[in-house]
Every structure is written in structure tokens, then in C-alpha cells.
Design a protein around this ligand. Structure first.
Ligand code: NAI
Length: 337
């Protein structure tokens, strides 16, 4: 019996993400929570003849905590796309003041009602919201770092698509699975094109093209924000990306094959390979890296890739590390103040 809860299910990401989850054979119960419009989304999805049951939960007032408690109770996996998205001219960090409070409240609900769930954080700024969730769960005495995931999968999805677009005759987007490490905003996003099957293509690019490609991955979200002209940020590609990570985590519950995904995680010494990774990234507590998934969440951090990065990527990482450090502290201070 697998129960998945989506917090922020009536939003731009929440709706298509919930649709994809409704179609997943591994999901038995889909629990939708939002502070607006969620009964309609739930009723609509519940007519789909896939085998999972759909329930929706809307609080009756700001003080009502029972709707969230019912939505979360017994959940194995919780995905959080709740909060406000960017408008043109905004950075992800600009969202901090509003989204930090929303995330803290939801993390308290998870601690009280689904303390063993895998928690996937989509709400931005991910670099700071994930530390907020970690600290909140710690304060409640239920924190397991192997079960907390910052969703950076959209950066991988974009990295795969964008390099393929440069080589339309020789490649397809699905040929690639680029490791994108660091964080999830602007220059903290570091795609490692110099490794794996992208290397042969990447090496054919001029220095200018390489810079442009990396910049496009780092700031790809801005293309969507601008194209939507004030109506929000990426929702459909994000729903796909969030679903991909959730699907992999659910698959790892029952599969013996190696399932690897990049995620922004807490480099806590209780996770295999995390101490080695932490040392290689200058002592940062949170960082996005490929991880091996298992029955209990993150089974192992694949830190070895950090020993193989090119000189150019080292320069990108230095910038990423400096920015990440501030983003992480900001989240930790908010949650511990
Ligand atoms: P949206 O505004 O369309 O939807 C957000 C939903 O959250 C709304 O339905 C709203 O009612 C709900 N919400 C607000 N407060 C809530 C609370 N306390 N509990 C439950 N639900 C609550 O926004 P959209 O486009 O779906 O984006 C959501 C978040 O995802 C934003 O923070 C955005 O920046 C982030 N995002 C993250 C990406 C990533 O790669 N990790 C990519 C794109 C967006």
C-alpha cells in the first residue's frame, strides 16, 4: 500500500504532477492538499480509471490543521510544490520570504503526521527550503537525511534537451542523462557535460558555445518565466521532472537494480559516501549530486564524479559553492530563529 501526498496540488505544478502520479501503477492512494481549489482538482482526477484512490483536503480556515493532518497521515512519499512562483525579473531567492514560512508549516505537519515519509521539495528557493525542512524535522526529533530530497531534476532534463538541440542529426534528448550538481538556482547549477556520453559532443563545441550552453542550463528557467509573461514559471516540465524523481524513488522500493538520480541532499555522515562528498565540496552541508536509491531512500552518494571534473567545471563549482553557502545559512537561520 503506497500513499503519495502532494502539498500544493491545485497549483501550476501540482495539477499536472498529480495527474502523472494518478497514472502510476505503484501508487495506491493519491492525497491532494492545497489551501485553494483542491476539491475540484481531486474530483476531476478521481474519474480517471487508474486503480489508485484520489482524496482531496482543503483546510476550512488558516487555523485548521486537521486537513493537512488527514492528507499526510500514513503517507510514504510527500511532494511539495506549494508556494509562489517567480515573475519576470525575480530570482528564486526573491521567493524566500513567502515560501520559507509555507515550507516550515508543511514540514511541521510532516513531522507530526508522516515522520517516515520520503519528502521531495520542489518549492523555491530549493537551496534554502531543503535546509528549512531538515532543521524543522530535526527540531521535532524525526529527521532522517536519507529521506529528504531537493528536486533538481529539471536541471538534468534541461541539460539533456539543450545539448541534443545543438546536435539534432547525431543525437536525441533521451540519449543523455547529464549529472548536474551543486544547487538549484543560477550559477549554483553546474552541468557536468565533460563526463559520460555528452563529452564527445561537448568537446566539438567552441569555447563560446560551451559557455552559452552552460548558461542556458543555469538560467533556462528564465526562458519560461519570460515566455509566460508574468503568469508564473515552469510547471509542465517541472511536473515531469518531479514525477521522474518520485517514480525512481518508488521503483527503488521494490527493485534490486541500481537506480541513480541527482538530488540536492544533506551531506550527513549517516549516508554512505556523504562525508567524502562533503570534504570534496568544501564542507557544505547541502549539495546536489547523483545518489543511488534504495528501500530507505538515499543509499549512497556517488561522490567519485567530483574527482573527475574538468578545470572549467572546477571554476564553475567555486562560484556555486560560495553562493550555496549563503543560501544554506539563510535557510538554517530561518528555521532555527
Ligand atoms: P502556483 O502558484 O501555480 O501553485 C502553488 C500552489 O501552492 C497554489 O495552488 C497555492 O494555493 C498552494 N499553496 C500556497 N500556500 C500553501 C500552503 N500553505 N499549503 C498548501 N498549498 C499552498 O505555483 P507553481 O508554478 O506550481 O510553483 C510552485 C513552486 O515550485 C514555486 O515555489 C516555484 O518557484 C517552484 N518551482 C520549482 C522548480 C524546481 O525545479 N524545483 C521549478 C519550477 C517551479
Amino acid at each position: 500500500m503506497v500513499k503519495v501526498a502532494v502539498l500544493g496540488a491545485a497549483g501550476g505544478i501540482g495539477q499536472p504532477l498529480s495527474l502523472l502520479l494518478k497514472l502510476n501503477q505503484n501508487v495506491d492512494e493519491l492525497s491532494l492538499f492545497d489551501v485553494v481549489n483542491v476539491p475540484g482538482v481531486g474530483a476531476d482526477l478521481s474519474h480517471i480509471n487508474s486503480d489508485s484512490e484520489t482524496k482531496s483536503f482543503l483546510p476550512s480556515s488558516k487555523e485548521d490543521k486537521t486537513a493537512l493532518a488527514s492528507a499526510l497521515s500514513g503517507s510514504n512519499l510527500v511532494i511539495i510544490p506549494a508556494g509562489i512562483p517567480r515573475k519576470p525579473g525575480m530570482t528564486r531567492d526573491d521567493l524566500f520570504n513567502i515560501n520559507a514560512g509555507i515550507i516550515k508549516g508543511l514540514a511541521e505537519g510532516i513531522a507530526e503526521n508522516a515522520p517516515k515519509a520520503f519528502v521531495l521539495v520542489i518549492s523555491n528557493p530549493v537551496n534554502s527550503t531543503v535546509p528549512i525542512v531538515a532543521e524543522t524535522l530535526k527540531q521535532k526529533g524525526v529527521y532522517d537525511p536519507a529521506r529528504l530530497f531537493g528536486v533538481t531534476t529539471l536541471d538534468i532534463v534541461r541539460a539533456n534537451t539543450f545539448i541534443s538541440q545543438l546536435f539534432p542529426k547525431e543525437s536525441k534528448p533521451s540519449d543523455f542523462n547529464i549529472n548536474v550538481i551543486g544547487g538549484h538556482s543560477g550559477e549554483t547549477i553546474v552541468p557536468l557535460y565533460s563526463q559520460g556520453n555528452s563529452k564527445a559532443f561537448y568537446d566539438k563545441l567552441s569555447e563560446e558555445q560551451k559557455k552559452e550552453l552552460i548558461r542556458r542550463v543555469q538560467f533556462g528557467g528564465d526562458e519560461v518565466v519570460q515566455a509566460k509573461g508574468g503568469a508564473g514559471s515552469a510547471t509542465l516540465s517541472m511536473a515531469y521532472a518531479g514525477y521522474r524523481l518520485a517514480e525512481s524513488i518508488l521503483k527503488a522500493l521494490s527493485s534490486s537494480e541500481d537506480i541513480i538520480e541527482c538530488t540536492y541532499l544533506n551531506l550527513d555522515s549517516s549516508i554512505k559516501g556523504a562525508s567524502e562528498a562533503k570534504e570534496l565540496v568544501g564542507g557544505l552541508d547541502f549539495f546536489s549530486l547523483p545518489v543511488k536509491l534504495g528501500k530507505n531512500g538515499i543509499a549512497e552518494v556517488k561522490y567519485e564524479i567530483l574527482n573527475k571534473i574538468s578545470d572549467d567545471e572546477k571554476k564553475l563549482l567555486a562560484v556555486a559553492k560560495e553562493q550555496l553557502s549563503g543560501n544554506i545559512s539563510k535557510g538554517v537561520s530561518f528555521a532555527t530563529k
